[in-house]
Design a protein. Structure first.
Length: 466
């Protein structure tokens, strides 16, 4: 009976995905999973239990799509077949869709391993259904408070779920995030810490966007020796002595190369790894560090890790480079969706070049973005003042973003507000001087709208095919 249910669920789910794509209703990245789970609620568990090398879960507020793609590239260097939700559908239906696509009609997977990036709120259920062999914990920041609530609530749910994992599971965690270190403490599962040791990148961070400011053991405020951004850094509690764990995998040298990327040196228990990373920004270097730590835990050779990172291409909308048609001007798309992510993206753009910037910012307030856009006032847009030649503002909350930029000190004569995103894109490109790059900073649904428009114009493939 169970086999019949599984077969029926897979058959109907695949039909639903095919229909969705043919009718151009989307990429069929979640609908098949929804159909399958309605018919066989245990189907994800059934398929994952049959994977010889098990499941990897990657979770965090920022960086999970990029980190999971980096890790996938490293594993692909070994020639190992892999199930991966590459299109970014990271709720349980999305994970189920990928599992179904990689299984035969009886639910037997064709790959040895699955790699799933997982939504913060979905991680506990994903752990329960997939029983992962490896979990990667990146960070927790304020994000969509109307949906997630405060990060302490998410952290508590994560800790409860992770405590169910056995000694055969490894939890790879960010030592620089106090919440991640607290969650990893006293787990039955094995743990492996990664962290940034190059203190040259410590900065006077905007402390109002720091969330984990108080000791998770005694409640006293942490003191920081080095603070990189928000609450990420080298911390210790002066009252009870709890401190940042020493990372076993450490980013010891980070040399930025403008918008072209960074040179990294990563120290690990058996040696040193030199990496040419073609993605800019401190946070992308940390994503590479997290993926490296996970790959090392899985036994991937350092040479394969370095080769995968050197050839890495950004995920859609995550420092993605697209030309506006053959020979057209270049665009750089960088998703912003919460205070920390937006602040670090602005920091990356304003420190990577001395030229005045040409920017398109598109802010939506749909459910997938978070309907509360008050986070714009927590994000640090002030570095844009005096650094932009022109900024075009669009989206359902364009007026809010324009007001925020006004308060940040961006000159009014450099700003243009165009609610319609397609028209805003045309205006921004028309005003772009020859040889310059248009930096586009959209929220999630604005990014999907933008990618749909770019795809319609023939400038890129649909994101689920990229």
């Amino acid at each position: 009976m169970n086999q019949l249910r599984t077969t029926a669920a897979i058959t109907l789910a695949r039909a639903a995905g095919t229909l969705s794509r043919r009718l151009r209703l989307g990429g069929g990245t979640t609908l098949p999973g929804q159909v399958a789970r309605s018919l066989d609620p245990a189907i994800l568990t059934t398929i994952c239990a049959a994977l010889p090398a098990g499941v990897i879960l990657v979770a965090g507020t920022n960086g999970k799509t990029t980190t999971s793609r980096m890790l996938a590239a490293m594993l692909e260097q070994t020639g190992e077949p892999l199930l991966h939700n590459r299109a970014g559908a990271n709720l349980l239906p999305g994970l189920t869709t990928v599992a179904i696509a990689g299984a035969d009609w009886r639910g037997r997977p064709r790959a040895r391993r699955a790699l799933f990036e997982t939504d913060e709120a979905a991680l506990p259920q994903a752990i329960a259904e997939t029983r992962p062999r490896l979990v990667v914990l990146l960070n927790l920041f304020r994000d969509q408070l109307d949906r997630y609530g405060e990060i302490d609530t998410i952290a508590s749910h994560w800790r409860t779920a992770l405590q169910t994992l056995p000694t055969t599971t490894t939890v790879v965690f960010n030592a620089d995030d106090p919440a991640m270190a607290a969650i990893a403490r006293n787990l039955t599962a094995r743990t492996l810490a990664f962290g940034l040791e190059d203190s040259r990148h410590a900065a006077a961070a905007a402390t109002h966007i720091a969330d984990s400011q108080f000791c998770h053991a005694c409640g006293h405020r942490y003191e920081y020796q080095h603070l990189f951004y928000a609450h990420i850094g080298h911390y210790a509690c002066p009252q009870c002595g709890q401190r940042r764990p020493d990372p076993q995998v450490a980013l010891t040298v980070l040399e930025p190369k403008g918008l072209d990327g960074s040179e990294l040196q990563i120290d690990h228990p058996t040696g040193k790894l030199s990496v040419q990373l073609p993605l800019p920004g401190l946070y992308n270097a940390q994503n590479a560090l997290a993926a490296t730590a996970a790959a090392l835990a899985l036994g991937v050779a350092p040479a394969a890790i370095s080769a995968a990172l050197a050839a890495f291409r950004a995920a859609f909308g995550r420092i993605e480079r697209i030309s506006a048609g053959p020979g057209g001007p270049p665009m750089l798309i960088a998703l912003i969706k919460n205070p920390v992510g937006a602040s670090e993206t602005v920091r990356m753009l304003t420190t990577a070049t001395t030229k005045p910037l040409h920017v398109l910012i598109a802010i939506n307030d749909r459910f997938a973005d978070g309907t509360d856009v008050s986070w714009l006032w927590d994000a640090d847009f002030e570095p844009l003042a005096g650094k932009v030649a022109r900024v075009t503002v669009s989206g359902t909350r364009a007026a809010d973003m324009a007001l925020r930029l006004d308060y940040a000190g961006v000159a009014a004569e450099t700003m243009t507000v165009i609610d319609d995103l397609s028209a805003a894109l045309d205006a921004a490109l028309a005003a772009l001087p020859t040889g310059e790059t248009l930096a586009i900073l959209p929220t999630y649904t604005a990014m999907l709208d933008l990618r749909a428009e770019i795809t319609r114009r023939g400038w890129a493939k649909p994101f689920w095919e990229s």
